[in-house]
Design a protein. Structure first.
Length: 372
């Protein structure tokens, strides 16, 4: 942490001028009394959240997360904490921080995997993440909690600009890794909502847009982009929305990783979570989608059960001159195309389908992540 005494060290954190929301699950709770028992805590600690149950964690993150107790999970929790700090405080968002930890420590149940701690902090300008794997059976639970708390307090102090000292590793065998991404100005503006889109290797408004997570980009994506480019007579821009209706905003490490994985493709990062929002950003675009996506666009459940809201969104797409190039997808063992779906007539008229003989790829990114 610091050469200063614990109270003096925490006093400096509380005097830093940063408002922070802390979220933790699985470990690190010993850091909380260290922060709260020193006078001035209310100047720094806006809220402490402990989403321990799986349902509580899903609610904190806005949806399910497929990488439990991992660095990406810690970063997602830190981003959710940062978003929460923005809701709780009207201070300059550049002064706010989200800090988190997720840990898998000794417990009453036998553990098959390693004992580990992941800590992250998020600001308007940076994402930082720490990870440490602990030697099994070296410590009892309380001792592992102390290790997690120390790493969490180190990150908290770093987030508040109080300490730049290297992290103290638990032992010579237990190394702490650190990742950091300082955001370019346009990424920070995208996170704060000051801009709606950032583009790479592309000039002007794209004519063909392929939206997805691309986590990772796989052969099916590449083939779809190739066929779409031939159909549209234009390079296809891969678009990733940092905003998702059931997840926190993408952090800067995640954006950097996704961009690095997209090779030489034109790339768009946006805040447009829905196709109606994308239509405003990319008028007259041809959106490259799978049949499952077209089915969701037509499904009233994604509009709060309102047919009027669904029809309004489809109307926005039509008014902006957008169309869809739709690739078949397997659902419940059946290969589906738009012609197999019960689509509103206006939406159906905006679709051009790619037949099964031209394209069929049953691989998906979720499956590939699970096999990694």
């Amino acid at each position: 942490m610091s050469t200063a005494g614990p109270s003096e060290f925490v006093e400096r954190i509380h005097a830093s001028g940063h408002g922070c929301v802390l979220s933790l699950t699985g470990g690190g709770s010993l850091a909380v009394p260290v922060l709260l028992t020193v006078p001035g805590a209310s100047a720094t600690v806006l809220e402490v959240a402990v989403p321990y149950a799986a349902t509580a964690l899903a609610e904190w993150l806005g949806g399910q997360f497929d990488q439990a107790c991992s660095e990406p999970m810690a970063r997602a929790m830190a981003m959710a904490s940062f978003a929460r700090a923005r809701k709780l405080s009207n201070a300059d968002p550049r002064s706010l921080r989200g800090v988190s930890t997720t840990a898998s420590l000794a417990t009453t149940r036998p553990k098959r995997g390693p004992h580990r701690v992941h800590v992250a902090w998020q600001s308007a300008e940076a994402t930082v993440a720490y990870s440490c794997e602990l030697v099994r059976d070296r410590r009892v639970r309380a001792e592992e909690e102390a290790v997690a708390a120390e790493l969490l307090l180190h990150a908290f102090a770093e987030a508040c600009g109080v300490s730049t000292a290297p992290v103290r590793e638990p032992s010579t065998e237990e190394r702490v890794s650190r990742r950091e991404k300082r955001a370019p100005k346009e990424w920070s503006e995208l996170l704060l909502g000051k801009r709606q889109s950032v583009q790479y290797r592309l000039e002007g408004t794209p004519r063909a847009v392929f939206s997805g997570a691309f986590n990772p980009l796989h052969a099916g994506h590449r083939r779809m982009a190739e066929l779409a480019a031939a159909r549209c007579g234009s390079p296809v821009a891969l678009e990733i929305s940092i905003a998702n209706v059931d997840k926190p905003l993408l952090d800067f490490i995640e954006i950097d990783d996704r961009l690095a994985g997209l090779g030489d493709y034109p790339v768009l990062f946006s805040r447009a979570a829905t196709f109606a929002e994308k239509a405003v950003l990319y008028p007259k675009a041809v959106f490259v989608v799978g049949a499952d996506t077209i089915a969701r666009i037509a499904d009233e459940r994604y509009y709060g059960g309102s047919r009027e809201r669904r029809d309004s969104a489809i109307g926005t797409l039509a008014a902006r001159g957008c169309r869809f190039l739709v690739f078949g997808r397997v659902a419940d063992g059946r290969f589906l195309l738009p012609s197999d779906l019960n689509l509103p007539s206006q939406l159906r008229g905006m679709c051009e389908e790619v037949c099964e003989s031209e394209f069929r790829q049953d691989v998906c990114s979720t499956q590939l992540r699970g096999e990694a």
